[in-house]
Design a binder for this molecule. Structure first.
Ligand code: PMP
Length: 425
C-alpha cells in the first residue's frame, strides 16, 4: 500500500469520505487521491515521492507557481509579528487600496475568508440595497456552498451527481431562480415572471465550474443592460477569473462594469481569503456604515493579507505575466485541438486565456445541458492515464485546467505528448 493509500484509509475513519472538500476524493474519476507533501513552482510532489506537473494550482490561486519566494517571505515576515489580532492591520488597507485601484468598478471592498463567504455576503448586500429577495443564477455556475447557491450548482455538486444538496431549506431555494448560461431569453423570462422581485443576477463571467464555458459574444453586455433596465444588481463572481484573466479580471477582459464583484483564493495567493466589493453607494449598506450585517474574526488576517499583497504587487508590476500565461493557455488549446482532430477523439476543446477544458463529448459545450453530455467515464480513464504519466489535472470533467505563469513550454509539450500517446495506446 502506498503512503497515500494508507493516509486515505486513516482519513476515511475520521473525516467524511476522507476529504475536506468532496472533489478531492477522486470519486468521479476513480483511483486513490494523492496526499501532497510539498509543491514548488508548477510541480507538486506526493507523500510517496511522485512528482507531477500540476494543472490545478490549488484551484486557481497559484498564478506565480507554488511556494513563490517573495510570497513565502512576506507570509513568514508577517507571521513573525503575530498570526491574528482581531483588530485592523496596515496590510488590509493596502490590499483594499490595491484592489480598488486595479478594478475600477470596485470602490469599496470588504475582506472575508473564502469565496463562499464573499458570495453569501454580496447577495445579502444586494438584497438589502434593492429591498428585493430573489436572485438569478445560472445552471452549472458554482458560487460556493451557501444554502441559496446550492441550486443547480456546478463544480463538485455537478461532479457527484447530487442535483441539489439535502439540508437546504425550501425557502432558501425558492428565492434562487436559475437561468441557462449564454441564453438571454431564459433571463428575460425570469424577469417577466417575477416583476420587481429580483435583487441581483450573479454570474461567473467565464463559467469555470462546469468545465470551462466562455460567454458567447454579447451575453455579458446584454446581461448588463437587462439588469440596469430592471433595477437588479449585476454581480460578477470573479473567484476564478479575478486577477487571472488580467489584473482587472473578466470585467476588464470583456469591458463590462458589474455593480458588485466577488473575489476569492487568488487575492490570498493560496491563503484562505475572499472579498466582495462594488459601487460605493451599494457597499455603504455594509455595517458599521449601513444596516446589512457581516463580520469575521479572521477577516483581513495579517498573514493572509501579506501573502496576497505580495502576489498582487508582482502581478501589478509585471503585466507581461498575463500576456504570457494567456498565450500559453492558447498554445495548449491549439495543440490539443490538433491532437483531438488527428486522433478522431469525440472531444471539444474549450477555454479562455489560462483556463482550458477538454470535454469528452461530440457536442459543442455552451451551457450546463451540453456540458452534461460529456462521458465522465471516458474522462476518468483519461485522467488516470495522465496521473500515471506525471500530469496532475483536476479529478473531474467539470473543472478547469489552470495554467500558471511558470508552466514552461517544455511542461506543456510534455503534457501534450502524454495526451497524444493516450489516444494512440
Ligand atoms: N465562486 C466561484 C466562481 C468558485 O469557483 C468558487 C470555488 N472554486 C467559489 C465561489 C467558492 O469559493 P471557496 O471554495 O473559497 O468557498
Amino acid at each position: 500500500m502506498s503512503i497515500s493509500e494508507q493516509l486515505f484509509e486513516r482519513a476515511k475513519r475520521v473525516i467524511p469520505g476522507g476529504v475536506n472538500s468532496p472533489v478531492r476524493a477522486f470519486q468521479a474519476v476513480g483511483g486513490n487521491p494523492r496526499f501532497i507533501a510539498h509543491a514548488e513552482k508548477e510541480m507538486i510532489t506526493d507523500v510517496d515521492g511522485n512528482t507531477y506537473i500540476d494543472y490545478i494550482g490549488s484551484w486557481g490561486p497559484m498564478i506565480l507557481g507554488h511556494n513563490h519566494p517573495a510570497i513565502k517571505a512576506a507570509a513568514m515576515e508577517a507571521a513573525e509579528k503575530g498570526l491574528s489580532f482581531g483588530a485592523s492591520c496596515p496590510a488590509e488597507v493596502e490590499m483594499a487600496e490595491l484592489i480598488c485601484e486595479m478594478v475600477p468598478s470596485v470602490e469599496l471592498i470588504r475582506m472575508v475568508n473564502s469565496g463562499t463567504e464573499a458570495v453569501m455576503s454580496a447577495l445579502r448586500v444586494a438584497r438589502g440595497y434593492t429591498g428585493k429577495s430573489k436572485v438569478i443564477k445560472f445552471e452549472g455556475c458554482y458560487h460556493g456552498h451557501s444554502d441559496g447557491m446550492l441550486v443547480k450548482a456546478g463544480s463538485g455538486v455537478m461532479t457527484s451527481g447530487v442535483p441539489d444538496s439535502a439540508g437546504v431549506p425550501e425557502g432558501c431555494a425558492r428565492d434562487t431562480l436559475t437561468a441557462v448560461y449564454n441564453d438571454m431569453d431564459s433571463v428575460r423570462k425570469l424577469f417577466l415572471e417575477c416583476p420587481g422581485e429580483i435583487a441581483a443576477v450573479i454570474v461567473e463571467p467565464v463559467a469555470a465550474n462546469m468545465g470551462v464555458v466562455a460567454p458567447r459574444k454579447g451575453f455579458l453586455e446584454e446581461l448588463r443592460q437587462v439588469c440596469t433596465e430592471q433595477g437588479a444588481l449585476l454581480i460578477f463572481d470573479e473567484v476564478i477569473t479575478g486577477f487571472r484573466l488580467g489584473f482587472d479580471g473578466a470585467q476588464g477582459y470583456y469591458g463590462i462594469e458589474p455593480d458588485m464583484t466577488t473575489f476569492g483564493k487568488i487575492i490570498g495567493a493560496g491563503m484562505p481569503v475572499g472579498a466582495y466589493g462594488g459601487r460605493r453607494d451599494i457597499m455603504e449598506m455594509v455595517a458599521p456604515v449601513g444596516n446589512v450585517y457581516q463580520a469575521g474574526t479572521l477577516s483581513g488576517n495579517p498573514v493572509a493579507m501579506a501573502a496576497g499583497l505580495a502576489q498582487l504587487r508582482i502581478l501589478k508590476n509585471h503585466p507581461e505575466i498575463y500576456r504570457d500565461m494567456n498565450e500559453m493557455g492558447e498554445y495548449f488549446r491549439r495543440e490539443l485541438l490538433g491532437i483531438v482532430s488527428r486522433s478522431g477523439a469525440p472531444c471539444q476543446v474549450n477555454g479562455v486565456g489560462s483556463l482550458s477544458c477538454l470535454f469528452f463529448t461530440n457536442e459543442p459545450v455552451t451551457d450546463y445541458r451540453s456540458a452534461k453530455t460529456a462521458d465522465v467515464n471516458a474522462f476518468g480513464e483519461y485522467f488516470r492515464y495522465l496521473l500515471s504519466h506525471g500530469i496532475y489535472a483536476a479529478p473531474s470533467q467539470f473543472e478547469a485546467v489552470f495554467m500558471s505563469s511558470v508552466h514552461t513550454k517544455e511542461d506543456v509539450d510534455k503534457t501534450l505528448s502524454v495526451i497524444e500517446e493516450y489516444w494512440k495506446k
